[in-house]
Design a protein around this ligand. Structure first.
Ligand code: UDP
Ligand code: MG
Length: 310
């Protein structure tokens, strides 16, 4: 059995009402169970008093580290900022709205101390969410699971990672990392814990359907080139079609019954044009992703940092 420092990483975007509650819940449970911990709040460019709340708490609690981004860089960026800052022998990621129950932490830590290197939180229910969001998320995970070969439907960002896994993740150079898939991609000795998604009590979900769609497209293309294969597959389908139609046209030409089939011509024009443009669009999207990556800008910019200089 090993033991060591647990870094709890909590991304927070406009969560002023949740900081204190979450801190209370997490620190309460961890100290009850005699687990040594630090808590890293990453303020993802909130426009409310989130960072002020973190700062106030950290004045009286030296185990708090606070980072504040210069603007909203997104949850993935916040996760990686937290991982880079973490000093622990293991690190756990959880949401700031207590939808990831703090009660599960001791169990995760226990599994880590038994030698597991990645402990994944698996949702037993998705909690209450609006149907549009549920549908979008469901579709996204179905496509994602197929594209990456990793079962994503019940996966969450609630994970505990051993130091080795954290270091492996930090080696990933991509500018737009997708934590949930990457933490599965790195391998290591894995196990699962199950948790019920609590309802968010304070504040609202930070995901609009538009934001979720953008996030989905970005993550699918960053983890899979399947959409590009689609262009190839459509090419093959059209080639087969065109051979059949070419044979028919030639036959008609030589038997003197050409000039028919005007509808076919129009349809072919439309379909080919559509598929070509879609194909170019997909390729264009990948090129823009390459462009983003090659610029190699930092994933986030830190405006302020408090605590953690013990
Ligand atoms: N979050 C973030 N940056 C963002 C959006 C969300 O750091 O741009 C954080 C948010 O503060 C919360 C977690 O990510 O701690 C999950 O967000 P939310 O509860 O809004 O998502 P949901 O639970 O609805 O999927
Ligand atoms: Mg939430």
């Amino acid at each position: 059995m090993r033991s060591g420092l647990l870094s709890v990483i909590i991304p927070a975007f406009n969560e002023q009402g949740n900081i204190e509650r979450t801190f209370g819940a997490v620190s309460g449970i961890l100290s009850e169970n005699g687990i040594l911990y630090e808590i890293i709040f990453v303020d993802d460019g909130s426009s409310d008093d989130t960072f002020l709340k973190i700062k106030e708490l950290s004045d009286t609690h030296p185990e708090i580290v606070g980072l504040s981004f210069s603007r909203n860089f997104g949850k993935e960026a916040a996760i990686f900022a937290g991982l880079e800052t973490a000093k622990g022998d293991c690190a756990v990621l959880m949401d700031c709205d207590l939808q990831h129950p703090a009660e599960t932490l001791p169990e995760m830590y226990q599994l880590w101390s038994e030698g597991f290197e990645v402990v994944e939180g698996i949702k037993t229910s998705r909690g209450k969410e609006n149907p549009a969001h549920g549908f979008a998320a469901g579709t996204f995970y179905k496509i994602m699971s197929r594209a990456t070969g990793i079962d994503m439907a019940r996966a969450s960002d609630f994970k505990l990672l051993d130091r080795k896994a954290v270091d492996a993740l930090l080696l990933m150079p991509e500018r737009a990392p997708f934590f949930r898939a990457l933490s599965s991609w790195i391998g290591f000795k894995k196990t699962e814990v199950f948790f019920e998604v609590n309802e968010r009590e304070i504040g609202t979900s930070k995901w609009s359907v538009l934001k979720l769609t953008r996030y989905a497209i970005q993550n699918i293309t960053s983890f899979s080139s399947a959409p590009m294969q689609f262009v190839t597959i459509m090419g093959i389908v059209f080639l087969i079609f065109s051979i059949a139609i070419a044979a028919e046209s030639l036959y008609k030409y030589f038997t003197g019954q050409a000039l028919e089939g005007f509808t076919t011509v129009i349809l072919l024009q439309l379909i080919t044009g559509g598929v070509l443009m879609l194909g170019i669009g997909i390729i264009g999207h990948y090129i823009s992703r390459i462009y983003e990556e090659i610029k190699a800008r930092p994933r986030y910019i830190i405006r302020r940092r408090i605590g953690g200089n013990k």
